[in-house]
Design a protein around this ligand. Structure first.
Ligand code: TMP
Length: 236
């Protein structure tokens, strides 16, 4: 399968049309942004790590009964996916306090929750992806009540599968963000990516950050962190 025209360019990926109107090719870039595009940079090799990690996780999730957009990995950076319309609701699951949760509620990072939390963000760059509750999402027509409940349930399932898997790699899954997309028949499936850009991953023993927070917070060792996650995933 070959790329035809670029139909969309986001901050971290380009999307191309193909000869099949139901399929796209996503191409992962090394570009990195944070704080709604305010901070810009490059993380060498990130595109390849994120592409391959996302595909591995999507395949694992499919095996566990979660429908995803994944179709076929073409190369280090390129993957065929089902063409969807992205639902502008980001779903965030947290197992441990960090990031905006710690900041909003004035608590330290690293508090392990008794139960995972689920929250939504309204995916809208102009507004800075604000936190949104279910009734507001419904009021804005972003999803039906059933779809909102299904997204929460699927996000918690994704959390269970990923948490267990990362644990076997010596990694704590602190939190993550996922996005869903709608197929032409209305079916909603997991889309976008699952990578160190979209998850917080801490080393099980040392709590060392192995994710994009190293870039967001200018901690150094950014490429090394992405490569370390990839090394553990592939056992290389
Ligand atoms: P937060 O603590 O900044 O709200 O982030 C929660 C999770 O969502 C974290 O794993 C990083 C991920 N995330 C994204 O994937 N994209 C974003 O734009 C932001 C702000 C967070």
């Amino acid at each position: 399968m070959e790329k035809k025209e670029m139909i969309y360019e986001g901050k971290a990926k380009k999307v191309y049309s193909t000869d099949d109107e139901n399929l796209c090719i996503v191409s992962y870039k090394d570009d990195a942004t944070a704080f709604n595009g305010l901070k810009k940079g490059t993380i060498a090799g990130k595109g390849a790590v994120n592409n391959r990690m996302s595909n591995m996780i999507m395949k694992l999730l499919e095996k566990e009964g979660v429908a995803t957009h994944y179709v076929e990995e073409l190369s280090d950076r390129d993957t065929v996916v089902k063409k969807v319309k992205i639902v502008p609701l980001e779903v965030i699951v947290r197992n441990i306090s960090a990031g905006s949760f710690a900041k909003r509620y004035g608590v330290e990072e690293g508090i392990e929750f008794t139960e995972p939390t689920v929250e939504f963000s309204y995916k809208n760059d102009a507004l800075g992806d604000p936190l949104i509750n279910s009734s507001h999402a419904y009021a804005l027509g972003l999803a039906t009540k059933e779809e909102i409940e299904k997204k929460k349930k699927t996000a918690l399932k994704v959390n269970e599968v990923m948490k267990k898997y990362f644990y076997t790699l010596g990694i704590k899954l602190v939190d993550f963000k996922i996005e869903f997309g709608k197929l032409p028949d209305g079916k909603i499936i997991l889309a976008d990516e699952i990578s160190p850009d979209t998850c917080r991953l801490w080393d099980l023993k040392t709590n060392e950050k192995l994710d994009k927070d190293r870039f967001r917070r200018d901690m150094g060792g950014v490429e090394e962190a992405y490569n370390e996650v990839f090394r553990r995933l592939t056992n290389e």
